[in-house]
Design a protein around this ligand. Structure first.
Ligand code: ADP
Ligand code: MG
Length: 268
């Protein structure tokens, strides 16, 4: 039998974890006019890559992220996760999600908030404490495990939601403007925390933001979306070395990349 599984094309495809092919989404308004949110989106994201979806408010970032995470069916095109359907990826618990607000239960401690997805997924009881301890350590919140959300700062609450997303050990982390409600100092600290966690865990991260500098600091690659309707207007490799250090924000290359991205926006 001719075994061609080692051909370069096969290897290339194998490295792709998320493949969006001709994705379009038109929201059908009841009795009103339809909203064409995104059109003709083609993109590939490799396993272990950190990518950003960047664009102004209303350009369809959340729509695209929800389609990738199987929370929304596109009206055109298909998404493949590891070559299969997003639905299968969801059933196999491949996704972790973090949103703009931490969405924690006020009456549950940090520990019990992080435990929630494990309860829902009926993870064997004996495994649960170890898993929670591991992710709380990852986000450096071990000392706060018995605190309630209102006893924590906004940045700490967002770290709890990151720990909760990691508790199920997903392959793909989908983050929708997770730091946009935080002050700049807290946000920059969380950037470094997130990159450290990403390095330690080897997840694929799809990070939605409208902040150019944030996308440059974090990403391997930035997908620039332009609005009305949302389409991919550029795909920019971020060639800054890793680990990313805070002082890189002042480097000439960092600023060149910011300018390059700013110039790539169309139709605004
Ligand atoms: P972003 O996350 O970039 O701000 P969204 O994906 O939320 O953009 O929205 C893209 C476009 O789709 C916007 O014009 C928005 O008003 C519209 N939209 C989003 N969700 C819905 C919905 N459920 N029904 C109708 N229109 C929607
Ligand atoms: Mg959004």
């Amino acid at each position: 039998m001719n075994d061609n599984t080692n051909s370069p094309l096969w290897k290339l495809d194998e490295a792709v974890e998320i493949y969006c092919k001709d994705i379009g989404m038109t929201y059908r308004a009841e009795g009103g006019r339809d909203v064409k949110a995104i059109v003709g989106i083609n993109l590939k994201i490799k396993k272990g890559e950190f990518v950003s979806l960047l664009g102004p408010s209303g350009c369809g970032k959340t729509t695209l992220l929800r389609i990738i995470g199987d929370l929304l069916m596109p009206t055109e095109g298909s998404v493949y996760i590891d070559g299969g359907l997003p639905q299968n990826a969801r059933l196999k618990k491949k996704y972790g999600m973090v949103f703009q607000s931490a969405v924690l239960y006020e009456w549950r401690t940090v520990w019990k908030n992080v435990r929630l997805p494990l309860e829902i997924l009926k993870v064997p009881r004996a495994e649960v404490p170890d898993r929670i301890n591991r992710v709380l350590e990852l986000v450096e919140l071990t000392k706060f495990k018995n605190h309630y959300p209102h006893e924590l700062s906004g940045g700490m609450q967002q770290r709890v939601s990151i720990a909760r997303a990691f508790a199920i050990d997903p392959e793909i982390l989908l983050m929708d403007e997770p730091f946009s409600a935080l002050d700049e100092f807290t946000r920059e600290k969380l950037h470094e925390d997130l990159l450290r966690i990403w390095r330690q865990t080897n997840k694929t991260v799809v990070f939605v933001t409208h902040n150019i500098a944030e996308s440059v600091f974090l990403s391997d690659k930035v997908f620039v979306l332009s609005p009305h309707p949302g389409r991919l207007s550029a795909e920019i490799e971020i060639d800054l070395p890793r680990p990313r250090l805070s002082q890189m924000r002042n480097s000439p290359r960092f600023n060149e990349l910011v300018v390059k991205i700013r110039n790539s926006f169309e139709g605004i």
